[in-house]
Design a protein around this ligand. Structure first.
Ligand code: MG
Length: 385
């Protein structure tokens, strides 16, 4: 039995967005924005069915967005939307006619950060009314514009609120109201219910429940759902025959080389592990097994680039990379600026996000005996939680 259904309205073309393709399919923290919205409803224990309403041109984009959602059994076949939002919602409501749920929530596909507690509040709001919507107080002073940019009047804000979604309704009432409102082009579903004379109540909305309208909104949301993480890496390579050592993608002349399967760039190996560690993506040996002959002698640039690409694919960014190279010789200090610049170049990031330090172990231990070089790295990243 379907007691509570959710309609996710994602058929819009996003005229104000200006990005590449419809906003509901833009990448947010490494996945299509709409996937987050669908997941919020599919994973809510009080929701039995989720009906996406999409644009007829977006079936492939939708299939990708809907892939891999938990509780996918709740997801009904996508319904194709109409000319205006109101038409799309009505199509979604009609698609539920056979299931005839007691309650339906109608939500903007472009509001991906909707808390389970907000969904609960809307459902609970329906106990005493045919409709319940989340809303926030208006805190800014409102002005009515006259002409292009002049103020015509100050609008009293007392009693005004900003309506959000999900908007919840008793299903038979909203279906009937939508059927009779066809062609009126109302901007939200509460207005459809109001027009039909039903009582709609307000529950507290959430500032985080942003509707993505512009690229700025997307960037703000991305930042909001990201958290700071750190990863650390450590590596050692021993000296062998050669005329220089690779450190941070730069060959530094020396009376030895470093032994290793690849170019033995101990600094880049530590940095690669630090980035992988920050996103919980294993270690360098898993991604590039030493047993694989194809990595013999290769530049370690590709190892760190691979780790960085994994971070980027999750919508993450490298905030800072701090490296410490530990050896008696060669002297690293004089090369430091070049090493920083080279890492920044490999990753395509600002050199100010990279730090390379060098130290010795005062003649103690294997680095003190000049048997090899050790490196430590700490990567700080921002990535979706
Ligand atoms: Mg190594």
């Amino acid at each position: 039995m379907t007691a509570c259904a959710a309609i996710i309205v994602a058929a819009g073309r996003g005229q104000r967005f200006g990005g590449d393709g419809p906003k509901q399919y833009q990448s947010l923290a490494g996945e299509p924005l709409l996937r987050r919205t669908l997941r919020a409803f599919c994973s809510h224990p009080r929701i039995d069915a989720v009906v996406p309403v999409i644009h007829g041109d977006d079936t492939l984009l939708y299939a990708e967005a809907a892939a891999g959602i938990v509780n996918a059994h709740k997801l009904r076949a996508a319904v194709i939307g109409g000319a205006a939002r109101q038409d799309s919602v009505r199509n979604g409501l009609e698609a539920l006619a056979a299931a005839s749920p007691r309650i339906v929530l109608i939500h903007d596909g472009a509001r991906p950060v909707v808390a389970a507690s907000l969904i609960d509040a809307v459902i609970d709001g329906l106990t005493h009314a045919e409709g319940a919507i989340p809303a926030l107080p208006v805190v800014d002073t409102l002005k009515r514009i006259q002409g292009k940019d002049a103020i015509g009047a100050t609008v009293a804000r007392a009693g005004l609120v900003r309506a959000q979604t999900p908007q919840g309704f008793r299903y038979p009432a909203i279906l009937a109201a939508h059927r009779s409102a066809t062609g009126h082009n109302l901007t939200d579903d509460a207005a459809v219910m109001e027009q039909a004379g039903h009582r709609v109540v307000i529950v507290p909305g959430a500032e985080a429940n942003i509707k993505v309208t512009t690229m700025d909104d997307l960037a703000r949301l991305n930042d909001m759902i990201s958290e700071t993480r750190t990863g650390q890496g450590f590596d050692v390579h021993k000296f062998g025959p050669g005329d220089g050592v690779w450190l941070c993608g730069v060959k530094i002349p020396h009376d030895h080389g470093l032994d290793g399967h690849s170019d033995a760039d101990v600094a880049l190996h530590a940095a690669t592990d630090a980035i992988l560690g920050a996103i919980g993506a294993g270690d360098i040996g898993q991604h590039f097994p030493p047993s694989d002959p194809s990595y013999r002698g290769v530049s370690s640039d590709r190892f760190i680039k691979h780790a960085y690409d994994l971070l980027r694919a999750r919508g993450g960014m490298l905030v800072h990379l701090d490296l410490t190279i530990i050896c008696e010789r060669p002297k690293v200090g004089p090369h430091r600026a070049r090493l920083v610049a080279r890492i920044a170049e490999i990753l395509g990031i600002d050199p100010q996000r990279v730090s390379v330090k060098a130290t010795t172990t005062e003649g103690l231990g294997f680095t003190g005996r000049q048997e090899g070089i050790a490196a430590q790295a700490v990567a700080t990243v921002r990535v979706a939680g």
